[in-house]
Design a binder for this molecule. Structure first.
Ligand code: PLP
Length: 401
C-alpha cells in the first residue's frame, strides 16, 4: 500500500490552487508532476557537477560523466536490459521513434517493404513511419481495433507478408487505456522473423517492464511521464539491431575518427547520441526512476487501478456516459452529445485538470467516429478524494450542459 498522504508532500505543485480551489490533477498521461527530489537533483547537478560530459580530462567533467553514465545504468535496470550500451538517450518517445524509423529504415527498408502499426497509435508512432514511406517507398499495414478497443489479433496475423520488416505498437493506449497483449504480438512477429518495437510512453510509468522477459527488440519512453524532467527520452534497442543501424544524426560524440575522406562511428550507445546530451536531465531522470522503484511499480499499479475502479463505479451512476476501450490507468469517455472541450473547460473551472480532444490519435478517433474524448489519467499521488472531486464536478457539469 502507498502512503499517498505522505507521497503528496513530495510534490510541491500539488499544493497549488486553480481558480481558488485545490488542484485536482488528472492529466498525468500527458505529463506527471515532479517530486522535490527530482527538482532538487536538477539544481544540485547544476550547482555541483555542471561540466560537459565525455570530453573533459578535468575532475568536474569526469564527475558529470560518471553521473550521466550512472543514470544510463539506472535506466538499464529499470527496463531490465542486458547492457547499458542498449540504452540510447533521446529527447522523448517521439524522438526515439523518429530515430528508429530513420535508422532502422535506412538499414533494413526498401521500396515496397512493410511496417505494421495499429489503429490505436499515437501520431508519434504513425507519422515517422509515413515519413520513412516518403523517403524509402515503404508501406504501412494497420492492425484494426475492435469495437471494445482491443487489437484485432486475428487480423494482425493476416498482415504478415515476406515484405514485413517491423511491427511497432503501443504497450498501453493513451486513449483507450487498453493494455495490449505485447507478449503475443512479439511471439507472433518473431515467428515470422520480424522484430517488434514497443511504444512504452504509457507503460513505463505504470507497470513493471522487463524488455528481456518481453523479448521486444525496441522500447521507447519519455522521462516526463515518469515523474522525471522534460526533454529526456529513452530508446532501448537490442545490441544486434543497433550494431547494424547507421547513426541518426551526425556531430560530436558519435564519431570514431573524422577525416574528409570518410568518418567512422563511435561504439554503442554513443553512435546514436550526437552532440552534448542533456546530462542534467538524465541525472534527474535517474532520480525519478529511483523514486518510482522505491515505491514499487506493483504497489503503484494497484493504487492507480483502485482509483480507476472507483471512478468507473461513479461514472456508472451518471446518465449518458460513454466509456471507450479498456480503462487501466486512464479512462476516456464522453458525456452524451457534449463536446469534450466543453466538458474539459467546465471541469477546469472547478479545479479539475483533464485532457480533451483527439489525444494525438486522429486515426483512432476516425475509427470510433467521434471528434474526441475526455480523458482522466491517474498517477501514484492521486487520491480517492481526487476521484470524488472529479465525479462531483462532472455531475455539476452534466447539469450545466
Ligand atoms: N506515445 C504515446 C502512447 C503517448 O501517450 C505519447 C504522449 O502522450 C507519446 C507517444 C509521445 O510522447 P512525447 O511527447 O513525450 O515524445
Amino acid at each position: 500500500m502507498l502512503d499517498v498522504a505522505k507521497i503528496r508532500t513530495d510534490f510541491p505543485l500539488l499544493a497549488r490552487e486553480v481558480y481558488g480551489r485545490p488542484l485536482v490533477y488528472l492529466d498525468n498521461a500527458a505529463t506527471t508532476q515532479k517530486p522535490r527530489c527530482v527538482i532538487d537533483a536538477i539544481a544540485d547537478a547544476y550547482t555541483t557537477v555542471n561540466a560537459n560530459v565525455h570530453r573533459g580530462v578535468h575532475r568536474l567533467s569526469q564527475e558529470a560523466t560518471d553521473r550521466h553514465e550512472a543514470a544510463r545504468e539506472t535506466v538499464r535496470r529499470y527496463l531490465g536490459a542486458a547492457s547499458a550500451a542498449e540504452i540510447l538517450f533521446t529527447r522523448g518517445t517521439t524522438e526515439s521513434i523518429n530515430l528508429l524509423a530513420t535508422s532502422f529504415g535506412e538499414a533494413f527498408c526498401h521500396e515496397g517493404d512493410e511496417i505494421i502499426v495499429s489503429e490505436m497509435e499515437h501520431h508519434s508512432n504513425i507519422v515517422p513511419w509515413q515519413l520513412l514511406g516518403q523517403r524509402r517507398g515503404t508501406v504501412l499495414r494497420v492492425i484494426p481495433v475492435t469495437d471494445d478497443g482491443r487489437l484485432d489479433m486475428e487480423a494482425f496475423q493476416r498482415l504478415f507478408t515476406p515484405r514485413t520488416r517491423l511491427v511497432s505498437v503501443a504497450h498501453i493506449s493513451n486513449v483507450l487505456g487498453t493494455v495490449n497483449p505485447v507478449e503475443d504480438v512479439i511471439r507472433i512477429a518473431h515467428a515470422h522473423g520480424v522484430p517488434v518495437a514497443i511504444d512504452g510512453a504509457q507503460s513505463a510509468p505504470h507497470i513493471p517492464v522487463d524488455v528481456q522477459a518481453l523479448g521486444c527488440d525496441f522500447y521507447a519512453f519519455s522521462a516526463h511521464k515518469v515523474y522525471g524532467p522534460t526533454g529526456v527520452g529513452v530508446l532501448y534497442g537490442r545490441e544486434r539491431w543497433l550494431e547494424q543501424m547507421p547513426p541518426y544524426q551526425g556531430g560530436g560524440e558519435m564519431i570514431g575518427h573524422v577525416r574528409f575522406s570518410g568518418t567512422t562511428w563511435n561504439e554503442l550507445p554513443y553512435k546514436f547520441e550526437a552532440g552534448t546530451p542533456d546530462f542534467i536531465g538524465t541525472i534527474a531522470t535517474a532520480r525519478a526512476l529511483d523514486y518510482v522503484s522505491a515505491l514499487g511499480l506493483p504497489a503503484i499499479a494497484a493504487h492507480e487501478q483502485s482509483l480507476v475502479r472507483r471512478a468507473l463505479d461513479g461514472l456508472g451512476t451518471l446518465p449518458d456516459v460513454h466509456i471507450y476501450g479498456q480503462p487501466s490507468s486512464l479512462i476516456s469517455f464522453n458525456l452524451g452529445d457534449a463536446h469534450p472541450a466543453d466538458v474539459g473547460i467546465l471541469l477546469d473551472h472547478q479545479g479539475v485538470a483533464v485532457r480533451t480532444g483527439h489525444h494525438c490519435a486522429q486515426p483512432l478517433m476516425e475509427r470510433l467516429g467521434i471528434p474526441g474524448t475526455v480523458r482522466v489519467s491517474f498517477a501514484l499521488y492521486n487520491t480517492e478524494a481526487d476521484v470524488d472531486a472529479f465525479l462531483a464536478a462532472l455531475r455539476r457539469t452534466a447539469q450545466m450542459l
